[in-house]
Structures are given as structure tokens and as C-alpha cells.
Design a protein around this ligand. Structure first.
Ligand SMILES: Nc1ncnc2c1ncn2[C@@H]1O[C@H](COP(=O)(O)OP(=O)(O)OP(=O)(O)O)[C@@H](O)[C@H]1O
Ligand SMILES: [Mg+2]
Length: 295
């Protein structure tokens, strides 16, 4: 792949992440949902948004900048402060109202989401200065879903490519891809030609192989091995260490992306990046939402 010949050190590189910054309201059901009446539950408020999660998890590993949009409101202030407290260099536009996602997690860990992205879809400018010094720009596919953010992020990806910044895209969800149109999304990927595409097995199956001659595809499969497909047709399989007491998979993919990219941007080695991604993901599987501290 198109890796920079320069050998980097962790303190020299900057990982850029664009995407959603929202509040998650996470409902852990303690009994089966019964439509039309109450069900016992624990409810947690946690910071969320795929892009912001990646930035928050990565900031502990490598210098990280977040580019996004929240509302000029108290929830927006709190989310920005939380990201900054995690060590993220936060660059946000303020518009509209801050988004919220309600996540229903049943007793088996199965997740049902009710996303209201609100301001996350209203990003209408990524100033060139926000790209200054980045080594890699990561973009969850949710950013392409709609609103001004979709075109803004496409422009930023093209500007990043022109400046020699590596680009990574996360396929986000089969629901998002279906909504966007699978053929349309494949065409977008062929056009943007990211260096890396991160996808889970279902997303990868939906998108099909070889999205662009430049793109390495990293396919996660939960507890099963991660498979890296290189543009030359070869592949590498990296096993996932077992994790006990998995309760809430929310944020697993984002934490994987954070560990993977923080490693890759420094070492440019796909296999050790997967190992780092698995270690990062393991930390969120027993906590509500995209958090690591337990319930
Ligand atoms: N049951 C599990 N046991 C151990 N590790 C797991 C398990 N499920 C997920 N993981 C870890 O989380 C990573 C990402 O999980 P997954 O394959 O579910 O991706 P994803 O579907 O993109 O996640 P998300 O739903 O958060 O977007 C895996 O590569 C693995 O490291
Ligand atoms: Mg995912």
C-alpha cells in the first residue's frame, strides 16, 4: 500500500478523525422487552458518535485531532469538554442542536439503535488548517449519509489525498450502506480510493471485494479472526484473543479502529495494527456504550 517511507515515532504523528459527536443513552434491559408496558433496565448516558469514539480511544495512544460539529448547547459543551479531557485536539463547528442516539441492549448483548445525528450532519466546512500536520484521516461512512457533512467530508478526503495524508474509511453499518445504496457506496469508495477500509464481515460481504486498486480491506468478525485483504490479492489472518463476560458490543468497532490506526500510523504494519485493534476493542466489551470503565 502507499505507505510513507518516513519512519515515525508516536509523538511525531497526528491521527485525524472526522465524524459524529453525540450523546448516547444506553439502555441495558434486565428482562425481555414487552411492547406497550415497562421493562426493568439500567440506563446510562455516555459520550458517543462513531468518529468521536475513535478519537477518544486513540488519544491515549497517539496525538489525535477530532473534526466535527455539535450544537451550541450544553450537551455540545459537555461532549467537547469530555473529548478534550481525553486528550483530543478538538476542532468543532457549532450549529443546530447536539445529536443523541438511544441504544437498546438486550440481555444477550444484541443492540437496537435509534440514531438522531442532528448537528453531526451539519458540518459545512473543514478549514484546510484543520488538516495541517495530519498523517492519516479516518472517516466513518456515517459521515457520508446526509446533510452538509457528506459533501464537506468528501472534499476533506480529496484535500487530504492531495496532501499525502493517508485516508481510512469505516463501513459503519449494513443499514447505512443499504440506505446509501451499495452500488453508490462502491462508486464513492472507487472515487475516494482510501488507503484502508475497515468493515465487519457483514459489511464486507455486502460491499464485495476490491473497492479500489489502492485499498487494503480490514475485515473484522467479532471473536473470529480479523482478515486483512491487500490490494495485490494476498491476505493475512490475525486471531482475536478471547474476552470473558461480553455484555455490550457498542463501540467495539470504534475501539478496534482506534487501536488499529494508532498503531498503523506509527509502525505501518498491518498485523501489529490488528493486534493493537483487538486489545483496544477488548476494553469496551463489558462496559455500557463506547466506554471502558464497567457499568
Ligand atoms: N465476542 C467477542 N469476543 C472478543 N472480541 C470481540 C468480540 N466481539 C467483538 N470483539 C472485538 O471487537 C472487534 C470489532 O468487533 P466487530 O467485528 O463486532 O466489529 P463491528 O461490527 O464493526 O463493531 P461495531 O458494531 O462496534 O461497529 C473485533 O475485531 C474484536 O477485536
Ligand atoms: Mg463497525
Amino acid at each position: 500500500m502507499a505507505a510513507s517511507p518516513r519512519l515515525s515515532r508516536a509523538e511525531d504523528v497526528v491521527l485525524g478523525v472526522t465524524g459524529d459527536l453525540v450523546e448516547d443513552v444506553v439502555v441495558w434491559l434486565a428482562e425481555p422487552l414487552r411492547h406497550g408496558t415497562d421493562a426493568r433496565a439500567r440506563v446510562f448516558r455516555t459520550p458517543g458518535g462513531s468518529g468521536a469514539n475513535v478519537a477518544r480511544f486513540a488519544a491515549g495512544l497517539v496525538p489525535t485531532r477530532f473534526l466535527g460539529c455539535v450544537g451550541p448547547d450544553a450537551p455540545g459543551d459537555a461532549l467537547v469538554a469530555q473529548l478534550a479531557a481525553a486528550g483530543v485536539d478538538v476542532r468543532v463547528q457549532r450549529a443546530g442542536r447536539t445529536g443523541t442516539v438511544v441504544l437498546l441492549i438486550d440481555e444477550t448483548g444484541e443492540r437496537t439503535m435509534f440514531p438522531d445525528r442532528a448537528a453531526s450532519a451539519l458540518l459545512d466546512d473543514i478549514p484546510l488548517a484543520w488538516l495541517d500536520g495530519l498523517d492519516l484521516l479516518h472517516v466513518p461512512a456515517y459521515s457520508f449519509e446526509g446533510g452538509p457533512t457528506a459533501a464537506t467530508v468528501q472534499t476533506a478526503v480529496r484535500q487530504a489525498r492531495q496532501r499525502g495524508i493517508l485516508v481510512s474509511v469505516d463501513a459503519s453499518s449494513t443499514g447505512m450502506l443499504t440506505h446509501y445504496g451499495v452500488d453508490a457506496f462502491r462508486a464513492l469508495l472507487a472515487d475516494l480510493a482510501p488507503d484502508l477500509l475497515l468493515a465487519n464481515a457483514a459489511e464486507a460481504a455486502l460491499l464485495g471485494p476490491a473497492v479500489s486498486p489502492r485499498t487494503t480491506i480490514v475485515v473484522k468478525a467479532g471473536a473470529d479472526p480479523t482478515v486483512v485483504h491487500l490490494p495485490d490479492g494476498s491476505s493475512v489472518e490475525v486471531p482475536v484473543p478471547p474476552v470473558a463476560d461480553v455484555r455490550d458490543l457498542t463501540g467495539a468497532g470504534d475501539a478496534f479502529a482506534a487501536g488499529f490506526l494508532a498503531s498503523f500510523v506509527v509502525r505501518r504494519d498491518l498485523e501489529s495494527a490488528c493486534v493493537a485493534g483487538h486489545a483496544s476493542a477488548a476494553r469496551v466489551l463489558t462496559s455500557p456504550g463506547a466506554t471502558t470503565d464497567g457499568p
